[in-house]
Design a protein around this ligand. Sequence first.
Ligand SMILES: Nc1ncnc2c1ncn2[C@@H]1O[C@H](COP(=O)(O)OP(=O)(O)O)[C@@H](O)[C@H]1O
Ligand SMILES: [Mg+2]
Length: 377
Amino acid sequence: MKQDELYLGILSGTSLDALDIVLVAINTDGDVHHRAAINWPLPLPLRKLCQQLCTPGTNELVRYGTADRLFAQTAAEGVLHLLKQEQISTDAVTAIGSHGQTVRHHPDLSPGFTLQLGCPHTLAALTGIDVIAQFRQKDIALGGQGAPLAPAFHETVFRSPQSNRVIVNIGGITNLTLLPADLSGAVIGFDSGPGNTLMDDWIYRHHQQHYDVNGHWAASGQVHPQLLQLLLSDSYFAKAAPKSTGREYFTPQWLHRALEHFSAIQPEDVQATLAELTAQSLCSAIAVTAEQHQLTIDDVYVCGGGVHNQHLLSRCAALLPTPTWQSTASLGVDPDWVEGALFAWLAWCHRHKKAPDLSKVTGASKASILGAHFPAG
Ligand SMILES: Nc1ncnc2c1ncn2[C@@H]1O[C@H](COP(=O)(O)OP(=O)(O)O)[C@@H](O)[C@H]1O
Ligand SMILES: [Mg+2]
């Protein structure tokens, strides 16, 4: 019998909080088994450099080139650390699936594009492991949004013929995947809007904390109904799928433009309103999609850092009480490592010439092999 292969998946999402580095074993059927993972910090100067590259500025090309290599160096350090900790040699790992750091995501420009930094050549050279990277570009080239890619993985890992499930990933941005119990039904997925990004920016501005632990600060404020209504009136929320977005759209400036319409709102009330924005835009996206596809949602499973925000989750469960809201942990998958494992699995797909069909999700014209191979040797 053929042995399982080891793959690493590396992701730094829109929150720019840290690199998720996940080691998985994948068998010949494509079943993924978690082996180990670490959260590898992004040094503050690199984090700032990446954040600044998300909006227009001077001398972008030089800053991009620098960040591209620094990011890969940091990722390589994290990979070597994890493998040493697990006493696994680099030779034992078939490949690294590396997402890199998105600094611009503009699928709707003409022509559309998406840009991730984290030089795959550098990562391959420093680790001695083959790298598969640039997963989103092929989907864009085929007319797709390039995002979200997670639904194909969610389908493999979480789909059940017993219940209509929704998988929600609350990172900087929130994306959802609808998995109908009827296995002939198409998998639907899209970005519903902001996840944590606006809340993270706002608490950093007022309390210099990277995030609102358990949503305590948001819970201490009152939702400002008019501000909420104005934010929800953004055309992104009503737009039909396929659609995807990023932190370069839901920026602090996006919030400030709305705040200018009101005289001083207490900072904690703004935070409460931002949590409500994430909860309402997500719940209404689930409700509208379920209605369009004439499905009753039985269960919602949440992953990504937002799963730790108890205030946010209790608001979601209150807004949409019919399905049960749980963490993906109840399906045996740690919610913090789902996205990292996705990129390990995408690397496996590339190596085995499997073409995930994202056409119904991203709008790409056909299923295709995603990513490009950067050999270490
Ligand atoms: N205990 C917590 N309470 C509230 N929010 C949390 C907590 N832990 C993590 N988060 C949120 O999750 C975010 C990171 O989520 P993650 O899934 O890594 O996002 P991304 O994929 O965008 O990097 C943090 O920036 C923070 O907003
Ligand atoms: Mg993260």
